[in-house]
Design a protein around this ligand. Structure first.
Ligand SMILES: Nc1ncnc2c1ncn2[C@@H]1O[C@H](COP(=O)(O)OP(=O)(O)O)[C@@H](O)[C@H]1O
Ligand SMILES: [Mg+2]
Length: 250
């Protein structure tokens, strides 16, 4: 991180971890992690399965306290998971409305609900139940609900990993479009290095457990999602794989 970046982080951090360690019994899961996230940054976190990524998100959300170190938060934080947290007995529209309960006026609330469904391209599915929707559609509703709330930081725990490849590619484009209309600070956990390289302002690579910071990478190139087969994604993927100990020897 250069000096001007450092100054920007210090001026505008929405979430900071300082020397954070976590362990369960004798198992060290996270060791000395220090980093900050600035407002409206898209930070991707990649690391091998079981290294402590979900644990890290629970610490960031405040669902757990670290055994050592501090987590600083300035606003509300919300977690979106891979398996989805839609209530199955409520329609898509009712699920989104859960995040709009603070709006007392019925008509105003309906309008906000329609606006959020439209934002995620689901205007026609307000009365549909989650089990009637595809995985990609459910993730769109999850996003609508998350964005309808007042949380500044969205922690996304492998949100697209249950989707098929083509839907995943499509959701990356959609996520970029949706965030350009409703900016938020994003922490995006993924084991898909391509996804991280296409989407993130900055990628953090974690080691195997206990998770330590292995590499911090800024893929460059401003258009998002970065072209899948373009130079900046392919060169970032190489660096990320190397940091994960997956040298490409082909
Ligand atoms: N509440 C807990 N109690 C004991 N061990 C846990 C707990 N939560 C996570 N772990 C262990 O911590 C490690 C990291 O888990 P997790 O954060 O889910 O990894 P990841 O999300 O990177 O796959 C795993 O070995 C897991 O078994
Ligand atoms: Mg996990």
């Amino acid at each position: 991180m250069n000096m001007s970046n450092t100054a920007e982080f210090l001026a505008n951090p929405v979430l900071s971890l300082v020397d954070v360690c976590q362990s369960y019994g004798n198992t060290n899961v996270i060791e000395n992690l220090t980093f900050s996230i600035r407002k409206h940054e898209f930070l991707a976190i990649v690391g091998p399965s079981g290294c402590g990524k979900s644990t890290l998100l629970r610490l960031m959300a405040g669902h757990e306290r670290p055994v050592f170190g501090r987590v600083f938060r300035t606003g509300k934080v919300l977690t979106i998971t891979q398996h989805g947290g839609l209530l199955p007995w409520m329609t898509a529209g009712e699920n989104v409305e859960l995040a709009l309960r603070s709006i007392r006026d019925r008509r105003e609330r309906d309008a906000a609900r329609s606006q959020m469904l439209e934002l995620v391209g689901m205007a026609g599915s307000a009365n549909t139940y989650p089990h009637e929707l595809s995985g990609g559609m459910r993730q769109r509703i999850e996003l609508a609900r998350a964005l309808a709330g007042s949380s500044e930081v969205l922690l996304m725990d492998e949100p697209f990993s249950a989707l098929d490849y083509l839907t995943r590619l499509q959701m990356r484009t959609e996520l970029v479009r949706i965030l350009s209309e409703q900016p938020r600070t994003i922490v995006f956990v993924t084991h898909d290095v391509e996804e991280a390289a296409q989407l993130a302002d900055r990628v953090i690579v974690l080691s195997t457990r206990p998770a330590t910071l292995k590499l911090e990478l800024v893929p460059g190139e401003d258009i998002r999602p970065r072209p899948l087969t373009g130079e900046s994604v392919t060169s970032s993927v190489k660096k990320l794989l190397r940091a994960l100990g997956m040298e490409d020897r082909s």
